[in-house]
Design a protein around this ligand. Structure first.
Ligand SMILES: NC(=O)c1ccc[n+]([C@@H]2O[C@H](COP(=O)([O-])OP(=O)(O)OC[C@H]3O[C@@H](n4cnc5c(N)ncnc54)[C@H](OP(=O)(O)O)[C@@H]3O)[C@@H](O)[C@H]2O)c1
Length: 281
């Protein structure tokens, strides 16, 4: 029996397991579809019920994969999707959401995000999000790739206070948000969704991470994910198209890192000493 995944409660009261699944790179090749669907379903079986996708991924193909993976099990999933900034006008956001709903094969998206800031005024996008919420097409909305100044501006527009989450690049090798954005969001109960949580695989080759993981009879991916899961109000959404890796990633919740090893990790991957602009992938 796996240890339970920690739960994060959104400001609207919805409770969601903090370890979910990403889908960037899925839906690009029909030959990989069955493997991608099987991996997502294995993740669901293991309790990783938040699935993150976007109209961008695979040009809608990833949303179709998610739709196929959750067929018959919509009630146990929490679906996150995103609108392109250049679609984020009042009308464009509504149309983009309709397209995503169609590809996902569902009548609502649990959390709908602005993928990154574009040229449309935030007030216009927020207006569209609130309209979609009132119509029951989305349950909540949020943003992605927003730094503290963007968040402050967002909170100043009508309805902006309803932002439910901010999805940003965050992993053990990129700790910049710990300086300001993370505490800023934590103090307002706005969860962070950490994307590229294993740095798209690159951080797994770090010799110190490999060495410490071995001491816990764990893998570097498990240690990198455990590092994020430990933080309050942080969702972690690793992507894998491989059932074995889905199991491996799920296993990160069982790591109990000692105080000495937390300090050792800080030596190898130092927390930020000053403000750095939010990075994006
Ligand atoms: N909002 C944004 O702007 C934004 C940007 C980037 C990502 N995201 C979201 O965040 C999700 C996660 O980020 P990401 O996909 O960029 O990177 P990631 O989750 O850090 O890494 C994914 C890569 O690592 C591999 N992998 C997964 N588990 C592994 C394991 N246990 N051992 C070794 N390799 C493993 C995967 O390959 P296999 O599939 O072959 O296992 C894939 O190549 C995305 O899928 C997407 O949903 C959002």
């Amino acid at each position: 029996m796996d240890d339970p995944i920690p739960i994060i409660t959104f400001r609207n009261g919805t409770e969601v397991p903090a370890l979910g699944q990403g889908t960037w790179g899925m839906g690009e090749d029909a030959g990989h579809a069955s493997q991608e669907i099987a991996a997502l379903q294995a993740g669901l079986d293991l309790g990783m019920t938040m699935i993150d996708t976007a109209e961008m991924y695979g040009d809608g193909g990833a949303e179709e994969i998610v739709g196929r993976a959750i067929k018959g099990r919509r009630d146990e999933t929490f679906i996150v999707s995103k609108v392109y900034p250049w679609n984020a006008s009042r009308k464009g956001t509504i149309a983009a959401c309709e397209g995503s709903l169609e590809r996902l094969g569902t009548d609502h998206i649990d959390l709908y995000l602005l993928h990154w800031r574009g040229n449309y005024p935030l007030a216009e996008t927020v207006g569209a999000f609130e309209q979609l919420k009132a119509a029951g097409k989305i349950r909540a909305w949020g943003v992605s790739n927003f730094d503290v100044d963007d968040m402050q501006e967002l909170l100043s527009v009508p309805g902006g206070q309803n932002v439910a989450a901010n999805q940003v690049l965050y992993n053990i090798s990129r700790r910049g948000i710990e300086y300001d954005l993370l505490p800023w969001c934590q103090s307002r109960n706005i969860p962070i969704m950490a994307y590229s949580p294993i740095e798209q695989g690159r951080v797994l080759h770090h010799p110190d991470l490999i060495h410490m993981a071995k001491a816990y009879q764990a893998t570097p991916a498990q240690l990198a994910l455990a590092f994020l899961l430990e933080r309050e109000g942080v969702f972690v959404i690793p992507k894998t198209s491989n059932i074995e890796r889905a199991r491996e990633n799920r296993g990160c919740v069982s790591l109990d890192i000692t105080d000495e090893d937390w300090e050792a990790l800080d030596e190898v991957f130092p927390p930020p000493a000053k403000k750095t602009p939010l990075e994006m992938l």
